[in-house]
Ligand binder design. Structure first.
Ligand SMILES: NC(=O)C1=CN([C@@H]2O[C@H](COP(=O)(O)OP(=O)(O)OC[C@H]3O[C@@H](n4cnc5c(N)ncnc54)[C@H](O)[C@@H]3O)[C@@H](O)[C@H]2O)C=CC1
Ligand SMILES: CC(C)CCC[C@@H](C)[C@H]1CC[C@H]2[C@@H]3[C@H](O)CC4=CC(=O)CC[C@]4(C)[C@H]3CC[C@]12C
Length: 333
């Protein structure tokens, strides 16, 4: 399509646009949305890489802001055609308090919805999570499921609970009248575990492997399968949904879709080895080395230590009872 001022008229806002997924969404929009006139990137912490994007044909506006502050969100949303709300506190390690997780994930989402209603923005795409469904606290497997698969989605951890509440708010907001009288069209996407360029947990495993002399020790049975999804594909799914919402409002409005791209079903560790193996690490052994009861004991100890040390320092290792349960439960879509 010709790159003329007439074809470029849309204003997009990406919240959390400097995060792992958000950055990919921002770059994908610049590459694949020819109608884009202005791209607003809203984040608590702005990345220096945004500067290099400001020289292209699209006006890139960096907005340092906090989704928990309704007035900041409203100012950023005003005049935007589409909002892609990826901002969130992704914390299953106990780094933040449950209150903070709710404040960012639930109140932040409420603020985004209310800003759309007040300012007349009609299209809202929300990054939810597979964690809204499961794995549940009972450790039930979810095997090759889809959006209609029955599953007991019962959670206690603040992260999945907050994502579930926020997702519900977004879906319930579909059809609300926005300023100007038209209807809000919302859609939620539930990525499975995301991987790709900029994935911090993959880096953490890499450095842990280096510290252990190039080895990682298998902790989870190879038979426990997870669906993982490439970050570029998650970004692309967000862009496609954003582009299609207007034309297919009746079909897609108020709907939720899993985000998965046929990356191979593997255990969490075996999947990581697809990348860490070529980087020189190896997974010891092909058999399960550490018994589950010992892992559970270590995970519980970690949780106890976190609680005891909290007044002095933040102790937040990858292994805790919640992450162990998630890693140890099959969840494939
Ligand atoms: N990483 C994963 O495997 C998955 C992530 N998700 C969801 O995808 C979204 C993005 O996650 P990631 O990119 O992995 O996390 P991330 O932590 O890399 O990105 C989140 C971004 O939101 C920003 N943010 C946090 N609090 C904010 C606030 N109060 N105001 C404004 N910005 C704020 C952060 O600064 C960060 O740039 C989240 O909503 C998360 O729940 C869903 C499924 C899987
Ligand atoms: C040796 C340990 C037992 C291995 C711990 C691995 C864990 C840190 C990760 C296993 C599964 C991950 C989660 C899963 O991919 C689903 C997610 C979805 C989200 O929305 C946010 C991230 C996460 C909760 C992800 C977090 C790390 C794991 C628990």
């Amino acid at each position: 399509m010709a790159d003329s001022a007439e074809t470029r008229k849309l204003v997009y806002l990406v919240t959390g646009g400097c995060g792992f997924l958000g950055e990919h969404v921002v770059r994908m929009l610049l590459q694949r949305e020819p109608r884009l006139y202005e791209l607003r990137v809203f984040d608590l912490h702005l990345g220096p890489w945004l500067e290099e994007l400001k020289t292209g044909p699209v006006q890139v506006t960096a907005i340092q802001g906090d989704v928990t502050q309704a007035h900041e969100v409203a100012a950023a949303v005003a005049g935007a055609h589409v909002v892609i709300h990826t901002a969130g506190l992704v914390d299953v390690f106990g780094r933040a308090s449950p209150e903070t997780i709710y404040e960012v994930n639930v109140q932040g989402t409420k603020n985004v919805i209310e800003a759309c209603v007040q300012t007349g923005t009609r299209f809202l795409v929300y990054t939810s999570s597979m964690e809204v469904v499961g794995p549940n606290i009972k450790g039930h497997p979810f095997y090759r499921g889809n959006e209609d698969t029955p599953y007991e989605a019962i959670h206690r951890h603040p992260y999945p609970c907050s994502k579930a509440q926020a997702e519900r708010l977004v879906l319930e907001a579909n059809g609300r009248k926005v300023h100007g009288g038209l209807s809000l069209v919302t859609c939620a996407l539930r990525p499975t575990g995301i991987y790709g360029e900029g994935h911090q947990i993959m880096r953490d495993f890499y450095h842990q492997g280096l510290r252990l002399g190039g080895r990682l020790f298998r902790a989870i049975p190879a038979s426990v399968e997870h669906s993982r999804v490439y970050v570029g594909n998650v970004a692309w799914m967000h862009v496609l949904v954003a582009q299609e919402l207007e034309q297919r409002a009746a079909l897609m409005g108020g709907q939720v879709y899993f985000c998965y791209d046929e990356s191979p079903y593997k255990s969490y560790e075996d999947f990581n080895m697809e990348f860490l193996g070529p980087c020189g690490l190896r997974l010891v052994d092909t058999r399960l080395l550490v018994p589950y009861w010992l892992l559970m004991l270590l995970a519980t100890l970690n949780a106890l230590l976190q609680w005891l040390l909290r007044p002095l320092l933040l102790y937040a290792p990858l292994l805790n009872p919640y992450t162990l349960a998630v890693a140890n439960t099959t969840f494939t879509v």
